[in-house]
Ligand binder design. Sequence first.
Ligand SMILES: CC(C)(COP(=O)(O)OP(=O)(O)OC[C@H]1O[C@@H](n2cnc3c(N)ncnc32)[C@H](O)[C@@H]1OP(=O)(O)O)[C@@H](O)C(=O)NCCC(=O)NCCS
Length: 188
Amino acid sequence: MQELLPDNGSVRKLWLGETEAYASHLLRLDNESRRRRFSGAMSDELIRRHAASATGLGTVVHGFFVDGVLRGSAELRVYQPGEAEAAFSIELPWQSHGVGSALLERTLLSARNRGVKRLRMHCLADNQRMQQLARKFAADLHFDFGSVIGEVDPPRSTALSLTREIMEDAHGVAHAIFEAQARLMKSA
Ligand SMILES: CC(C)(COP(=O)(O)OP(=O)(O)OC[C@H]1O[C@@H](n2cnc3c(N)ncnc32)[C@H](O)[C@@H]1OP(=O)(O)O)[C@@H](O)C(=O)NCCC(=O)NCCS
């Protein structure tokens, strides 16, 4: 279930109270990645507000953590029943190491379990890596090139897909506690 990720990193959902960590990650993106993540220019202040708004019931953010620091994220926002938007950001040193693939897989599972029928991912036309990433999930994604890269029509959630998400959440919590304790012991 847990993929081999760079630097022994791990993926789990962000918890309430991690808004600051989310904002810091988004602010650390290099200019090009920031432009691609938000499909255009975005000021620091707007990024802080964006991160603060990602705590609502219809929003799920998966994070990629290395040594307790958030280095990648996938944000799923359900904006009306059956419809959602997803956006991804990986800090430059961790790009092209499979993190985006791991995050997209988790996001598709969460979308499915929330009854999302149409998932949009805005993508600049020159963003080949994101297009390549979406192509890897061609079984789930239907392409519509333009500003929208794909639409997903996942089958309904099943007991198995719900169990998978619950188990991944439990694993994420256990891993985070283990890591925090290991860091404490190292620094003692
Ligand atoms: C786009 C992004 C999310 C992709 O995540 P990633 O972790 O870099 O991607 P992965 O390593 O999982 O690679 C996915 C696929 O992209 C392709 N790919 C990887 N590196 C590539 C590169 N440098 N150029 C072109 N394609 C590339 C590969 O086909 C890869 O599939 P493979 O692992 O089967 O070979 C990430 O690079 C990113 O955050 N970029 C900046 C922000 C952004 O563009 N967000 C998307 C808009 S919402």
